[in-house]
Design a binder for this molecule. Structure first.
Ligand SMILES: [Zn+2]
Ligand SMILES: [Zn+2]
Length: 411
């Protein structure tokens, strides 16, 4: 998926050389001294828009939520998706612009850090509230189109960060710190609290990308949610600010030239609809196959892509893989072949389960009105790499014959 992305500028912590990142990048590589760091934060990523040099002015940084992702809604009688890519003022000042408009696309952002002088205003509403507000605007649109309220909605975020917009006050007027234009009277700019500087937990923590086990360089793409060591065949998860070993398996390809794609295989607990065995799944999805008695005792898993891909393909791939239930023997070693990085986290995969369930069910008129009472959660998940054949510009699953255009995948 090629997307327009905003640019972040930072300095190499080792040699001071400038590094340019896209906002979804988590790995930063210095092209000068080759130091590679993984960027981690315990809360959201925080960026500042650059203020024009004005040494005499005290800058005040106003928070905006920046979110990007897919909003799914289950309506009569299909699963719809919509890309959300927006900014929204995180405080409640009428004089300030409600969104940042196109500013961040034209300017380079910097990570907010203690080195940036100014007062950072705390957001007054959460990211979730901001997303709901935008979704409600779209929701209103959907209702007027279909006259139904969606049965279920889920926002699967790719980004949820804070962007600080600089303003300053001069002679009773509030000025835009970028364009230096007056935007309103100072008296309208009242803050409940004015903490100085940026809180510690908002700052990024760069992590070494050397394997904690063997000291070799970990492998991953710029947007990887976790990294791998190809020497000791381990997966490393940055979730707590230090590398935690995780598990993974691969299904070895039968042919040469396989390319491996990662999937989250999730065992689920479902309430509100009978979905305990593969036979239940086959009935719910109305598989055009005879239900074998053995299926009644056969467990099944949801298979969800662990890489970012277009939402329509994300739903289709998950549905077909879940109905197919890959059951080949696995090994706990990394493939000696190209494999795609994990760019879709386990948490996001779990959050998308109900959408996949809605997409699988065939009697939508019976099931959709009951979706509110249906709950589904992951009880165990495992990262599994599956082999795809490389056929021209496509990757094709050998049994399912589903083709994915390579260019639709985020590397
Ligand atoms: Zn460097
Ligand atoms: Zn290692």
């Amino acid at each position: 998926m090629k997307r327009l992305s905003w640019e972040i500028e930072l300095q190499c912590s080792q040699c001071g050389a400038p590094i340019s990142l896209e906002e979804t990048d988590r790995l930063s590589t210095c092209s000068y001294c080759h130091v590679r760091l993984y960027l981690w934060t315990s809360s959201q990523f925080c960026y500042c828009l650059p203020a024009l040099k004005a040494p005499s002015e005290n800058l005040i940084f106003i928070p905006y939520w920046r979110f990007k992702g897919i909003a799914y809604s289950v309506i009569p009688f299909e699963v719809r998706h919509r890309m959300l890519d927006a900014t929204l003022l995180a405080s409640s000042h009428r004089i300030l612009p409600v969104t940042l408009g196109i500013k961040p696309q034209a300017l380079k952002l910097r990570f907010a850090s203690g080195e940036i002088q100014g007062r950072f205003i705390k957001p007054q509403r959460s990211l979730q509230e901001a997303v709901i507000q935008i979704q409600n605007q779209f929701g209103g649109l959907e209702r007027s189109l279909s006259s139904y309220f969606p049965f279920h909605r889920e926002f699967i975020g790719e980004l949820g960060s804070l962007i600080f917009f600089p303003v300053f006050v001069r002679k009773g007027e509030v000025f835009d710190g970028i364009l230096r234009r007056a935007i309103g009277p100072e008296k309208d700019l009242v803050f409940d609290e004015t903490p100085a500087g940026i809180p510690d937990h908002w700052q990024i923590k760069p992590m070494s990308t050397l394997c904690p086990n063997c000291g070799n360089g970990l492998k991953g793409g710029p947007e990887s949610a976790l990294l791998f060591c190809a020497i000791c065949h381990t997966a490393w998860n940055p979730s707590s600010g230090r590398w935690v070993a995780g598990q993974f398996e691969i299904v070895p390809g039968k042919r040469d030239g396989s390319v491996y794609l990662p999937f989250w295989r999730m065992q689920v607990a479902v309430k509100g609809v009978t979905l305990k065995s593969y036979a239940d799944l086959a009935r719910a999805a109305n598989l055009p196959k005879m239900i074998l008695p053995a299926w009644e005792a056969q467990e099944f898993y949801f298979w969800i892509p662990a890489f970012r891909v277009h939402p329509a393909l994300f739903l289709r791939l998950s549905k077909q893989m879940t109905l197919f239930q890959p059951a080949e023997k696995t090994e706990a070693i990394l493939p000696n072949a190209p494999f795609y990085p994990v760019t879709f986290s386990e948490g996001n995969a779990a959050a998308s389960l109900k959408i996949h369930l809605a997409n699988l069910l065939t009697r939508k008129k019976d099931y959709f009105p009951k979706l509110k009472e249906i709950s589904i959660r992951s009880v165990e998940s495992r990262l599994i790499f599956l082999p795809f054949d490389s056929v021209g510009a496509d990757l094709v699953h050998p049994q399912l014959q589903i083709g994915l255009q390579r260019q639709l995948l985020t590397l």
